[in-house]
Structures are given as structure tokens and as C-alpha cells.
Ligand binder design. Structure first.
Ligand SMILES: [Zn+2]
Length: 469
């Protein structure tokens, strides 16, 4: 039987703004680091008579910046007011969540339409299994990004979120992956029959979103295939079982009884305000990749790999400026940062910032190699030790402490070469009868005996001289 099946997915992504204080009061936002219910005040606990302060300026700035970076038009010279979105849940002491009307609209990111970007306050945290509510998070500023239903597969959703998190990382001042939560909307079309839209709430990782979409696609397809109807409903993701479960029939906007918050003045954003935000706006990852290729003449593939980690991209630029912008210095920086440094970071399962290495130490390491103080092989070892030491020691200190400098004494090298020749008569014979490759084996023995401290080309030179004598 022929089947034509497709899906449409839209995402509502929430990310916390990294402000010191909450959106409408001066309580700190470090809710993870303190005892439950200590970062609270009458405002974020919604005590009678407590009035919210005007919204945190930095949070509004960041909403404007995120909207701009996603290609949105900023809503200018109009009242942007906060609405009260009513619902009852133990994590919401006021019985409503404050959520703004759009700050930006009609954007586009990776070909996916961005419906709108707005500000919200985070509720507290209710732990039903413990019967505990912690209000420390209550009132933490959130930015919500609503996408159009343009995403057509779980893989596309994964890539979209991955790139979005990278953008958050570039923008800074956002709590990126750790705070991200997404509501996932999905509908399926089966042989021309369009199913209703289902919303899966509060998925807190990219992997989770991917699994939700995989699961829902199959579930909805199977219902439609049997001629059934997809209920318009809200579902929850049961992460441990990898399934979604019906929570409630889908509410409409009316069910939340939205009303403008009478305690808050609307925000009005003008062109000047947008301009001050634009001045602080970083280069997007895509622009940086393009610039790296044009400015440094490196391969797009190399640029992509380094730009994927903003800190690593910065290291590359620092190292190149310290080494000098000649072509060979640029290639060395690519080799040692893109290949070697990344290899060691990946092995230790950390990123550059976590490694606490300093860019100038990478420059120093490359200079020690080009200056022939250490061999390339030792260079690889030094970079491993630098990461082990969490950047506390300079490459110079490491090679001095461990005695890793290149052996340039001809006499010492000759002794090592003579020994290798005596111990490997077969390889030497093979070489003498025309097998050039056999010499590499002998070179390897010398490198091993000198613990990598000899320069291989120097060893080859001495070996040839001794063997051909
Ligand atoms: Zn407070």
C-alpha cells in the first residue's frame, strides 16, 4: 500500500537570561546554589500589596538582542505590556505567570520562521515526589522563542536546536543548554488527512526533543493509518520510558484568561534603544566562519570546526595575531588548535574554557616547536600535560621539569644511532638492499630510545651517514 506521510513541527523554546536579579524584584537568581526558599521576597511570592518593579533592563536588552539575531523585526514605539496568564499550579504563588506580548516578530533562522520572541518570568520548582515547592526560581527572567511549524523531521529539529544553542553561547548572558526547555508542537499528515496538533510540554534537552518527535510521529501515523483521529491535547514526555503521555485536552488561549498586568507599565522600545543593543551584538557563528575563510584563507571545514566552540575560535585569532599572520603560522595554528588541542580536550571530555588553558601558552608551544626546542612529537605530549595541569604551567616549565628539550648534541645522537644499527641488523640489511622503508623502522628505534627528544630528520641524516660509511 502506498503511503505519503509527513510531519510539521513548531517549537517554543525557553532560555533563562543570566541576570543577577529577577525580572520584577531584586532577589538573586542563583537558585541552584542556595538553600530552598531563601531567594524570595514579597514581590516574587506575590504577597498582597507587593508591587512588581519595572522589568530588569538587561533582560529586555537580551530579548531585543536574541530577536535581532534571529532576524526579527523589533516592535517599535508601541506598548509592549505584560499579560497575566492564569493557571493554578503549586509552583506559581500568584496563580498567574507574567508574559510579555512580542518584543520581536517575523524572523527567520536556518530557514525556519520565527513567529515571535518575548519575555516571561520563570515559575518556582514543584517536586511532586517530595511534596516540596522551592520558590527560589520564581521570577527569573526567561526569553521565549516561538517558531513557525516549519520543521519537517526530528533530525531538522535537532540541528535547529543545536545551532540555536550555539547562537546563545555566542550571544552570552544566557543560560544556554542548562536552562533550555522546549514545548514541542507536532502534527502529522497521512495520505492527505491532516491530524490535529499535539503539544508535548517541558522537554529539557535536544535529545529529548528528538525522541519526542520520533515517538509522536509514529504514534500519530499509526492512529491515522487505522482511520482514527488525533486528539488535540497536551502531553508530557516520560523520559525514562521514552514515551509521551496525555496530560490534558489542549487548552486554548482563552483558557488562560490573559489580561494586561495592571501593576506594570508597558515597555516602549525606540530606535535608539535598539541601536545601543546592536552595538553590543556579537558576530554570528555563520558570519565568523565566512570571515575566517576570507581573512585567514583557511578551509571552510577547519573554520566550522573551530567556530563551533566560541572560545576555541577566539584562541585561534589570538594565537595567529601573536605568531604573525603569515600563511605558515596560520597553518600551524590550525594544526595545533583544530587537531591537537581538540583531540586532547575531547579525550578529557571538556571544552576550552573548562581546560583553563591560556591562549598565549598555545602560542608559546608552537614557537617552541618551530624554534626546534622540542620536537613535534614532544609537542603533542606537552599539550596533554598542559591540559592535565589545568593550564597552571607554561609549556617552557613543563619541558624544563621533564627534560623534554630536543637533543641537539651530535655525539649523543650518534651513540643512540649506533646502538640502533647494532640492534637491528636485519632492517639495516633490508635498507642496504634497496628497501628505503626499512630505515624508518630504525629511526623509530632511535626516537624511542631518546623518548621522542630527537628531531627525526636529523636522525635520518646521521643514520644514513653511519650506514653508508
Ligand atoms: Zn523577589
Amino acid at each position: 500500500m502506498d503511503e505519503t506521510v509527513s510531519m510539521k513541527c513548531g517549537l517554543e523554546i525557553h532560555v533563562q537570561v543570566d541576570t543577577n536579579s529577577k525580572l520584577f524584584c531584586t532577589c538573586p537568581t542563583n537558585y541552584n546554589e542556595v538553600e530552598p526558599n531563601t531567594n524570595i521576597c514579597p514581590v516574587c511570592m506575590a504577597h498582597p500589596g507587593a508591587r512588581p518593579m519595572p522589568p530588569n533592563k538587561k533582560a529586555v536588552d537580551m530579548a531585543i538582542m536574541v530577536a535581532k539575531m534571529l532576524g526579527c523585526e523589533i516592535v517599535l514605539d508601541k506598548d509592549i505590556y505584560f499579560q497575566r496568564k492564569h493557571y493554578n499550579y503549586p509552583d506559581l504563588p500568584s496563580g498567574y505567570q507574567r508574559t510579555s506580548v512580542p518584543v520581536g516578530e517575523h524572523g527567520k533562522f536556518l530557514g525556519v520562521g520565527i513567529t515571535e520572541v518575548h519575555l516571561e518570568e520563570d515559575p518556582g520548582q514543584y517536586k511532586p515526589d517530595l511534596g516540596v515547592v522551592d520558590y527560589n526560581r520564581s521570577g527569573t527572567p526567561l526569553i521565549e522563542i516561538v517558531s513557525d511549524p516549519d520543521i519537517k523531521s526530528p533530525e531538522e529539529a535537532k540541528e535547529f536546536l543545536r545551532q540555536l544553542l550555539r547562537l546563545f553561547n555566542y550571544i552570552g548572558n544566557l543560560r544556554g543548554e542548562g536552562s533550555m526547555r522546549a514545548d514541542v508542537n507536532i502534527s502529522v499528515n497521512y495520505n492527505g488527512v491532516q491530524g490535529n496538533r499535539v503539544e508535548v510540554k517541558n522537554v529539557n534537552s535536544i535529545k529529548g526533543v528528538y525522541k519526542v518527535l520520533k515517538y509522536e510521529f509514529i504514534r500519530q501515523k499509526n492512529i491515522l493509518r487505522r482511520g482514527g483521529e488525533i486528539k488535540r491535547e497536551t502531553r508530557a514526555f516520560m523520559e525514562a520510558q521514552l514515551i509521551t503521555k496525555a496530560m490534558r485536552s489542549k487548552e486554548t488561549a482563552d483558557d488562560y484568561r490573559h489580561i494586561p498586568d495592571p501593576d506594570l507599565q508597558p515597555i516602549v522600545i525606540n530606535k535608539e534603544w535598539v541601536k545601543t543593543v546592536e552595538e553590543k551584538m556579537p558576530e554570528t557563528p555563520m558570519d565568523k566562519e565566512k570571515r575566517f575563510v576570507e581573512q585567514y584563507g583557511i578551509k571552510l571545514e577547519d573554520a566550522k570546526v573551530m567556530v563551533a566552540d566560541l572560545a576555541l575560535a577566539d584562541v585561534f585569532e589570538t594565537v595567529v595575531s601573536e605568531l604573525g599572520k603569515e600563511k605558515e603560522n596560520i597553518s600551524l595554528a590550525v594544526i595545533w588548535i583544530r587537531n591537537e588541542l581538540r583531540r586532547v580536550l575531547a579525550y578529557n571530555n571538556i571544552d576550552f574554557l573548562e581546560s583553563r588553558l591560556k591562549p598565549e601558552h598555545i602560542t608559546e608551544l608552537i614557537q617552541l616547536i618551530t624554534g626546534k626546542t622540542i620536537s613535534q612529537k614532544i609537542g603533542k605530549k606537552v599539550i596533554e600535560i598542559m591540559v592535565e595541569n589545568k593550564g597552571e604551567k607554561t609549556p617552557k616549565q613543563i619541558i624544563e621539569e621533564l627534560g623534554l628539550t630536543v637533543i641537539d648534541s651530535e655525539a649523543v645522537l650518534e651513540t643512540a644511532c649506533k646502538e640502533a644499527i647494532e640492534n637491528n641488523p636485519k632492517a639495516v640489511d633490508d635498507y642496504l638492499t634497496g628497501n628505503e622503508g626499512a630505515l624508518n623502522f630504525v629511526v623509530g628505534q632511535v626516537m624511542r630510545a631518546t623518548r621522542g627528544r630527537a628531531q627525526p630528520n636529523k636522525v635520518v641524516e646521521i643514520l644514513k651517514k653511519l650506514i653508508n660509511k
